[in-house]
Design a protein around this ligand. Sequence first.
Ligand SMILES: Cc1cc2nc3c(=O)[nH]c(=O)nc-3n(C[C@H](O)[C@H](O)[C@H](O)COP(=O)(O)O)c2cc1C
Length: 173
Amino acid sequence: MSKNLVVYFSRTHEQYGVGNIAEGNTAVLAKIIADKTGADIFEVRLKNDNYPTSYTPLTEIALKEKKAGARPEIMADVENFADYDTVFLGTPNWWADLPMALYTFMEAHDWSAKKVAPFVTHEGSGLSTIPSKIKAVTGAEMLEGFELYGHIAQNEREKAEEKVVKWLEKLKF
Ligand SMILES: Cc1cc2nc3c(=O)[nH]c(=O)nc-3n(C[C@H](O)[C@H](O)[C@H](O)COP(=O)(O)O)c2cc1C
């Protein structure tokens, strides 16, 4: 039987258009996907999380990290990564890119026999070129990506769930 994994990065506190949130927008989708597919779930978290809790300062730091090609250290690791067939990789769209912590994660693993189904929350930029960035780093087989406004994931959960389910059906999950 195939074994699948949801890996995601997501922030709480102040986010664009949703105020101060207790559960990140991407986290909401990650949990729906894990629930609907029975996949295991893993949150990529920073080892030293010094990111600001307000939106604008966070965008500034994220841009600096992107320009510097930073690779922040992350906590723990997925057990038995090799056992998984499909990885649902979830990320907020940060400056048309993934947060640098997800590069740390991607570069730490062997993706050669994996399929990756990317999912992205954003506030207008959609997927940007995030799937091709994931492909470039992992070399994995890419499945069709999914994108949703973060405020819909956060505030319209039924709608979010319907859209996720449609996407999963297209991917034959
Ligand atoms: C550092 C940073 C950069 C962002 N850059 C973009 C962007 O370029 N385009 C966009 O549509 N949204 C951008 N956003 C908005 C986030 O993609 C959106 O709020 C997302 O749903 C946050 O997900 P999370 O709650 O899971 O962290 C940015 C947000 C942050 C914090």
